[in-house]
Write a protein that binds this ligand. Sequence first.
Ligand code: OGA
Ligand code: ZN
Ligand code: ZN
Length: 418
Amino acid sequence: MSLMRQFQSTNHIIKRLYKSGNALGNQIHTQNRLFKEKEDDFIQLEIKEELLKFPNVWLRDNCQCNQCYHPTAHSRILDWNKFNLDPKPVEVVKDENSVQVTWDDGHKSSYNLNWLQFRSFTPRHQKTYTETIYKPVKKVWHGSDFEKVCSKHDYNQILESDEALYNWLQDLSTYGIALIENTPDSETALDGIVNRVAFPRKTHYGFKFIVQHVTNTSNVAYLSSNLQMHTDLPYYEYCPGTNMLHCLVQTLGDGGENMLADCHYTAKYMAQHHPEQFKLLTETEVEWRDVGVEHGKEFFKLHRSPVICLDNHGEIVRINFSIPQRGSQFPGPIENVKPWYEAHSLFYELSHKFVAHFKTKAGNILVFDNIRVLHGRNQYEDKGDNVRKLIGAYVDWDEIYSKLRCLKVKLELEEGVQ
Ligand code: OGA
Ligand code: ZN
Ligand code: ZN
């Protein structure tokens, strides 16, 4: 939009705000509310024996008619330059499944009642929407419950059945971990699973990566020594969401098993029992780093972010943890250094206290939430023909949540979703 047009349209809206006599004046008195609530600012509807309130401005904004909403682009197309912030209904007619509203400018809107109920403003309905459509609720676990929380899924069923795909993704998002079994012994088998969800996330290690012992390695994971618990690629601002490790060959003797710890459990424990250290880990930015050459291309990645990242609601959105890939630059003040190391060490110790051990078998794909679950691996030794080999790929949470919602619509698990 040109500057001139931007000015004109802003002016237009301000003029209308004054004209409606509803906004700027009342804003002073109502403090936290932009608009003072008036009875005639809402339409009240009884839906399934519940009286629900819908603001006029919201209803008008979300009119579903072809002039206001494009049915195949699933997008709002109403012209904001002409939008009235204070529309008034002149007629409201409700039938069994829908409600028709005629507005004071003559425009007619129609809304499906399930669609409306799903978007209702009561805390209960908002919670239902958040948990069923936005993102499934996460359930935290202690390592001793690993057997119960790590559900098992069949490779072919995921490829063939939408229900199986849905169940796997739902478990993965709830617990941050799920195991796929009976995967064919092929380097391309993982592609089938990744493509069933969406597409792989490319990093400087490629679309897929091979985890095998390599002496002059570009990454310490490609050594047979003990791999301390970590999240992969914390140095990416947009960090790959899930990690899928297909075990083609496992060490037959001792070693090569994985350690897995739910950091949401660890972080919640810390918040409760060690609040100072928890605060330090949520507030102190760390510089995560990866430098080297892979597939003939140089990289020098840096990203600054705390170990425990919280959102505006205080919910954990991302965990970063990696001893090898933590840089030596400490962006915080010098007096925070020692306390931060102590908090970091406590997080590490607690994660080990809450850890689960699990050794994958050939044909398993271990799938986990890379920004929630710490993973590591015990030292192993390749002997003769028994050369441990994994193929890994990443899939982002955006794609997984998107697939889950599409499946909810397709499998008709919820009404009035879109
Ligand atoms: C990795 C990794 C685990 C394993 O490659 O980042 O964590 O079991 N590998 O080798
Ligand atoms: Zn309309
Ligand atoms: Zn890893």
